[in-house]
Ligand binder design. Structure first.
Ligand SMILES: [Zn+2]
Length: 249
């Protein structure tokens, strides 16, 4: 009887152990967060707008992510490869929270002044840094200063996304002006340029998000905005027009 009881007891312990192990496996599986994929957006029908933040990641980028999350908004971050290593956790958050990671070169050089080999190197190193930090490789490029040409485009090898609204936040460094530009200037299908490395820009973000929501915009990533549209490698695009992507002049 005593032997049987002991055996029964051991069996229970084994079962408990197996259960705990199964639970741990389940927890481990759950603990690996997955990037939120782009949503299916019909931006011909929906009033879509893509906010983009350039030149980061920086010390204020986490605040932008917090504010976007509170507002249920998505954005695209055109990052400099040289900044990624200082803020890997922030970059890691981006795809997990539905935002798009994007390539803005390694060093913010004017690409038209570089050899094609140097352009390729700027792009490749930045791709690698962002992929390493976030697990996701960018699918679009924004040339620093918007400066590019056919040769640069060919070396970049990805669609080049410019903008339809320049907030001039880098020039004004003024919260009120950022809010005014960010809320009143965008139109349906637009791409808005901001810089998350400037404090007045980041301070303006909650009010901009609220103002755009009031105007009926759905804030989407660049990929969501141009979804289902053909973007050519090296091509230059500024916004989503009535008839599809608007090509830069
Ligand atoms: Zn820039």
């Amino acid at each position: 009887m005593a032997v049987l009881a002991a055996a029964g007891c051991t069996g229970q312990v084994d079962e408990r152990r197996a259960g705990a192990a199964r639970q741990q496996v389940a927890l481990k599986k759950k603990a690996v967060p997955k990037p939120l994929p782009p949503r299916r957006m019909d931006c011909a029908a929906v009033k879509c707008l893509a906010l983009t933040f350039d030149d980061g990641p920086g010390e204020y980028t986490a605040r932008v992510l917090d504010d976007l999350r509170k507002a249920g908004a998505r954005a695209t971050f055109y990052m400099l490869g040289q900044n990624v290593g200082s803020h890997p956790d922030v970059v890691r958050r981006m795809p997990l929270e539905g935002h798009e990671v994007a390539n803005h070169s390694w060093s913010h050089a004017d690409m038209t002044g570089l050899s094609s080999g140097a352009v390729r190197s700027e792009v490749r190193r930045t791709q690698e840094a962002i992929k390493r930090a976030s697990g996701v490789a960018p699918t679009s490029f924004r040339p620093p200063y918007g400066s590019t040409d056919a040769r640069v485009g060919k070396a970049v090898g990805m669609p080049q996304i410019l903008w339809s609204v320049d907030s001039l936040d880098w020039l004004h460094r003024n919260v009120r002006k950022n809010v005014r530009a960010g809320v009143s200037e965008p139109e349906k299908g637009g791409v808005v340029l901001f810089h998350d490395i400037h404090k007045p820009t980041v301070t303006a973000v909650p009010e901009i998000l609220a103002g755009l929501k009031k105007r009926g915009f759905t804030l989407v990533t660049v990929t969501e905005l141009f979804q289902g549209q053909r973007l050519d490698p090296g091509g230059r695009y500024t916004e989503l027009g009535e008839k599809g992507p608007t090509v830069a002049q």
